[in-house]
Design a protein around this ligand. Structure first.
Ligand code: NAP
Ligand code: MG
Length: 487
């Protein structure tokens, strides 16, 4: 009989089912990918990327300074002027298809490395992140030679060099969201991944080399916030595509004001997930779990505010607590894991601060009594009941597995409460009535609204926010227009 190592808060235990790591080797040190080559950073500096599930160092990563950023932007400009802008669109498409296919071939390695570097459960990196990243390359490859049909009556032309900055919650997927449409529209790019999750972007650089993309069309530079700021402020950049926090998004807006640089900003969120009494409650409970505990709650569109119609509150909470007790928290590489590691010590500190704030503000906290590993950064799935509309845990983005529950009696009340936020990225509605869905989707101020499901993504569907959740859309046709001059 297999050893029972996972002590869950439930009355059964699971045997370990770890994904293997012996089918690839990582380098111990990664340089910058500039002009199609791996180059040492002019800064001479490196930093470590660690595995947040065990705090062990995985590799040393180059830290790009202003001179390195300059070299990357110049390489992108040269590739744009000499090669990429002159290449027939159908030829560009072939390279993008090649990237998509190679990504599918190497899917297992990408999934394992994503989970090692960022802490997310292998089930998600394997079934969500990597397949969706490949799907984005396939989807945008198809558009490359059809841009005239995408925008009838217009003459679409590329913007030039795009500077792209991405966060740590969906590292490979965000790289795909940025690179695929940019290339399809004929731009060249300089991409900077987040400091804590550079590895899958660097593996993507290796894959791009293997795909024989012309040198300099995609440049990948690593570093911290200062590297991102140097990219934003570089005069050779025509467009900034940023996904990250609202705070940094505002800084970027200020620094590019008056420069003529175009920008799309995909920022934070505080989504309302709304459960009506006529919903199929068991399904809705799964949707709540998926909405907030998926990827440790490190999801900009996480359903972090739950609104339950008063009559079904007790039933929903009873079933939700029952389901939370069965969630497996632990080794991200274990195929049974539902909730992996928190991405960094810093993020865990932020989440723990909000747990204290929630309790101090008078909300009732519930966490299942699951055992956490002794090393690494972990947070139990958390529920807050009796949350006031004005409470900080109901207003501020926590970016962790923490759900704030409120109740409502009427449709108008829940619309008013759901819209009472600085953000407007996403929302969820659970009801049996199509008319209620149509009513809410037209009145909720959110870029994406899911009905009787949550956290579903598709490359054909635009994604983006209202208010402090940013502007511009990624995905679908909208995602193309963000990388084109349309005259
Ligand atoms: P962040 O601190 O804003 O970082 C995002 C990226 O910007 C990272 O690569 C970061 O580098 C870089 N950066 C930091 N300071 C910068 C500066 N002054 N100028 C230019 N770049 C700078 O956000 P995060 O904490 O990594 O990510 C979580 C946030 O992203 C959440 O608010 C979440 O809601 C949001 N998000 C939004 C979407 C969406 O589509 N709307 C999707 C995913 C995440 P370092 O990593 O080195 O600091
Ligand atoms: Mg890491």
């Amino acid at each position: 009989m297999a050893t029972k190592t996972k002590k869950q808060a439930f009355d059964w235990q699971l045997a370990p089912a770890p994904e293997s790591k012996d089918h690839f080797t990582l380098k111990s040190e990664y340089d910058l990918f500039i002009g199609g080559k791996w180059v040492k950073p002019k800064s001479g500096k490196y930093f470590d990327t660690i595995n947040p599930a065990n705090e062990q160092k995985i590799a040393r990563i180059a830290e790009a300074n202003q001179a390195d950023v300059d070299a990357a932007v110049k390489a992108a400009r040269k590739a744009y002027d000499n090669v990429w802008s002159k290449m027939p669109a159908a030829e560009r498409a072939k390279y993008i298809y090649r990237i998509a296919r190679l990504l599918q071939e190497k899917a297992r390695q990408f999934a394992v490395v994503e989970s090692m570097d960022g802490g997310k459960a292998i089930r998600e990196s394997r079934d969500v992140d990597v397949p969706l990243a490949a799907a984005h390359f396939f989807y945008y490859a198809g558009w490359a030679d059809k841009l005239g049909y995408a925008f009838p009556g217009k003459t679409p032309s590329a913007l030039g060099v795009a500077g792209q900055i991405i966060p740590w919650n969906f590292p490979l997927l965000m790289a795909a969201w940025k690179i695929a449409p940019a290339l399809a529209c004929g731009n060249t790019v300089v991409l900077k991944p987040a400091e804590t999750t550079p590895l899958t972007s660097l593996l993507l650089a290796e894959l791009i080399q293997e795909a024989e993309l012309p040198d300099g069309v995609v440049n990948i530079i690593t570093g911290a916030g200062a590297t991102g700021a140097a990219l934003v402020n570089h005069p050779g950049i025509d467009k900034i595509a940023f996904t990250g926090s609202t705070g940094v998004g505002k800084l970027i807006q200020k620094s590019i004001a008056g420069t003529g640089k175009k920008a799309t900003l995909e920022l934070g969120g505080k989504a309302a997930n709304i459960i009506f009494a006529d919903a199929t409650i068991d399904q809705a409970v799964e949707g709540i779990i998926n909405g907030i505990y998926f990827n440790q709650g490190h999801v900009c569109c996480a359903g972090s505010r739950l609104f339950v119609e008063e009559g079904v509150h007790d039933e929903v909470i009873r079933k939700l607590k029952h389901r939370m007790r069965s969630l497996v928290v632990g080794d991200p590489l274990d195929k049974n894991t539902d909730i992996g590691a928190i991405n960094s010590k810093e993020q865990l500190g932020t989440i723990n601060k909000y747990l204290k704030v929630g309790v101090a503000d008078g909300a009732e906290m519930y966490q299942p009594a699951c055992e956490l590993p002794s090393k690494g950064f972990w947070c139990r799935p958390t529920l807050f009941l009796n949350v006031a509309q004005s409470a900080r845990i109901a207003q501020e983005e926590i970016f962790g597995p923490v759900l704030a529950v409120q109740t409502f009696r009427t449709v108008d009340e829940v619309i008013q409460k759901a819209n009472n936020t600085l953000y407007g990225l996403s929302a969820g509605v659970w009801t049996d009535k199509g008319s209620k869905i149509f009513n809410l989707t037209s009145k909720l101020r959110a870029g994406v609204i899911w009905a009787n499901t949550y956290n579903k993504f598709d490359p054909t569907s635009p994604f983006g926010g209202y208010k402090e959740s940013g502007y511009g859309r990624e995905g679908g046709l909208h995602g193309l227009s963000a990388y084109l001059n349309l005259s």
